[in-house]
Design a protein around this ligand. Structure first.
Ligand SMILES: [Zn+2]
Length: 216
């Protein structure tokens, strides 16, 4: 069974790992990649309708998931534009039957509101989740998956408590841009959850099968 990294921007070259590599819509994507592709909210300003259809859709067809895409209140890009571009990608995720990888900064309530509005059939995964207990509950009550990463390594008690309480069937782990190995993040995550490393690997493989299955 492979150790799944649900969101990364680089390949480790280690074949113990299954890495879902995230590409921006303008990137060249080699044939051999296992990947997600999306228009990041930082790039939303320039994304016009034909960017979506001409640049994103052909790549999206070959992707495992759509994203990262989402909403970011720390971005200089207009929020209305970000929402428009995000909703267009929600539509692509539903049309192509592929999970959605979400980047959310100070916008968890907006993401939940859009989940209510669109009632998607595809799985939504908020990557790099760092919300509080209440936000975690609100997301998971809607069946939104939460992916945790290198922040778990810093010994932040409040964050660890939120992670510990996140339902196991809605969890993912990731490296994102960190240099810490995904194995180390699994070890830490298993320790915080109080379960065996292998059980953590098995659980996340199960979750991965579920989002894949939902996609068909
Ligand atoms: Zn990322």
């Amino acid at each position: 069974m492979k150790i799944i990294d649900i969101h990364t921007h680089s390949s480790s070259g280690n074949n113990e790992y299954l890495e879902l590599k995230s590409f921006f819509h303008k990137s060249y994507i080699p044939e051999t990649e296992f990947f997600s592709v999306g228009i990041h909210p930082w790039h939303a300003e320039k994304a016009v309708t034909n960017t979506l259809t001409d640049e994103l859709r052909p790549k999206a067809h070959k992707a495992f998931a759509i994203g990262e895409c989402g909403l970011d209140k720390s971005s200089s890009c207009s929020f209305d534009k970000q929402r428009e571009v995000f909703e267009a990608q929600i539509k692509i995720s539903e049309d192509l039957k592929k999970p959605l990888i979400i980047h959310a900064v100070k916008t968890y309530p907006d993401i939940i509101a859009l989940h209510k509005k669109h009632q998607p059939r595809q799985s939504w995964i908020i990557h790099g989740f760092r919300g509080n207990m209440q936000t975690m509950k609100a997301c998971t009550d809607h069946g939104i998956y939460l992916s945790y990463g290198a922040l778990l390594m810093r010994g932040i008690e409040t964050h660890e408590t939120v992670f510990k309480n996140t339902p196991a069937n809605l969890l993912f782990l990731e490296t994102d841009e960190s240099n810490i190995s995904i194995r180390k993040i699994y070890e830490r995550a298993a320790y915080i959850k109080g379960i065996a490393f292998d059980d953590m690997v098995t659980q996340i493989n199960q979750n991965f099968k579920t989002i894949h299955h939902n996609a068909y």
